[in-house]
Design a protein around this ligand. Structure first.
Ligand SMILES: Cc1ncc(COP(=O)(O)O)c(C=O)c1O
Length: 394
């Protein structure tokens, strides 16, 4: 059979070779210092594990309602009310809704399938989370990249010139992957006002919401500490104009459970639920019960710990190159020093020779000038990796 003929142009349009190459090279290393991992290194809180195990043992293993178990949806709604002041998410006549999804990736894909037609335009940041351009590839839409170098901030000023009659969605990600940037309250307000004026749907990917450091919360006007404001709270009171996408995987170290959710305008959320019914069907049942317990878990100690590791990254690499200060997530996106005359891909090959695994910028960007390092790893491992990277930069 001519299998090449069978492959769709949609699938062919996705080139995963950049990141695959890093992992293949990494697999060959004997004792790699792995700074490429995009998930937390702390153990899953015991209460969450227990809740999922109990759900299995209590025979809660069948399909759930497509939009998620009512208990979890109610808990999400009350959390968002406290966090963002979004009221009425669960009341039928509010014009708002919540849907639990199979991962944040599932939420993003279904959201795009719900709103984008072929030919429509979706504005994404550059650098971006690897999936973003392909949300367009998979829907037949066009991804318009907003160049956010050198500070990686998506601002209304940068986005506005990119808006055309075909623009339907602006995808915002804060704290961001790959740079860890947290947008200020003012930047969010301006983006939202622009989207309202231009009739563009703002989709806010806040998968790293809980990983916003104390100093970023203060800098961004968000609050003065985690206990004061439990999460960024950036699109307050905007439930009817923002489609919020959040997840549980990164926050609680349960990335394999595939748990996310969307909240916002019912007109869009209902379409997402309908599409989920005919694709993923529902999020995994035991993971939904486990995630319900997540709201009682406290990860602030881990977040403070990541802030210390972030500080170590800045202290070790800052003297040698340009590194924007991450306000959240667990990534930094340093520049390969220009004086080395190397692309990021060439630089990461040199890092590999020193057994350090990081990801070149071109995996996340049109440019290949920076690299992503994840500091979600043990301090000792991080220190060794940073020393080797600093030595390469000297
Ligand atoms: C910005 C961003 N959005 C979404 C996702 C997807 O997360 P999930 O594992 O919940 O599908 C990731 C994962 O790395 C991410 O970095």
């Amino acid at each position: 059979m001519d299998t090449a003929r069978l492959v769709s142009s949609r699938a062919k349009g996705i080139d995963a070779s950049g990141i695959r190459r890093v992992f293949e090279l990494g697999a060959k290393l004997k004792d790699p210092i792995n700074l490429s991992i995009g998930q937390p290194d702390f153990p899953v809180p015991a209460g969450i594990k227990r809740a999922a195990i109990e759900a299995i043992e209590q025979d809660r293993n069948g399909y759930t309602l497509t939009q998620g178990i009512p208990e979890l949806r109610a808990r999400i709604a009350s959390h968002l009310e406290g966090d963002l002041g979004w009221t009425g998410l669960e009341s039928p006549d509010s014009g708002l809704g919540v849907c639990v999804t199979s991962g944040t990736s599932g939420a993003l894909l279904l959201a795009m399938l719900a709103v984008l037609d072929p030919g429509d335009e979706l504005i994404i940041p550059d650098p971006y989370f690897v999936m973003y351009p392909h949300l367009a590839t998979m829907t037949g839409a066009k991804a318009v990249r907003c160049d956010t170098y050198p500070d990686f901030r998506m601002t209304a000023e940068r986005v506005e010139p990119l808006i055309t009659e075909k623009t339907k969605v602006l995808l915002v990600n804060s704290p961001s992957n790959p740079a860890g940037i947290v947008l200020s309250r003012e930047a969010c307000r301006d983006l939202l006002e622009m989207c309202r004026a231009k009739n563009v749907l703002l989709i806010s990917d806040e998968i790293y919401d809980e990983f916003t450091y104390r100093d970023a919360r203060t800098d961004t006007g968000i609050g003065s500490g985690l206990s004061v404001c439990p999460s960024p709270g950036r699109f307050e009171g905007a439930a009817s104009d923002v489609l919020l996408v959040r997840g549980f995987g990164k926050t609680y170290g349960i990335t394999g459970w595939r748990m996310g959710y969307v909240a916002g305008p019912k007109a869009v959320v209902d379409q997402i639920a309908k599409l989920q019914q005919y694709t993923f069907v529902c999020a995994p049942s035991m993971a939904q019960w486990g995630s319900l317990a997540a709201f009682d878990a406290d990860i602030t100690g881990h977040v403070d710990d990541y802030q210390k590791r972030r500080d170590l990254v800045l202290a070790k690499l800052g003297p040698h190159t340009e590194v924007q200060t991450p306000g959240g997530a667990f990534y930094a996106f340093p520049q390969v020093p220009e004086r080395l005359g190397l692309s990021a891909s060439a630089f990461i090959e040199r890092a590999l020779e020193k057994s350090v695994l990081v990801i070149p910028g071109k995996v996340f960007s049109e440019r290949d000038t920076h690299f992503r390092l994840s500091y979600a790893t043990k301090m000792q491992n991080l220190e060794r990796g940073l020393d080797a990277l600093a030595a390469l930069m000297r």
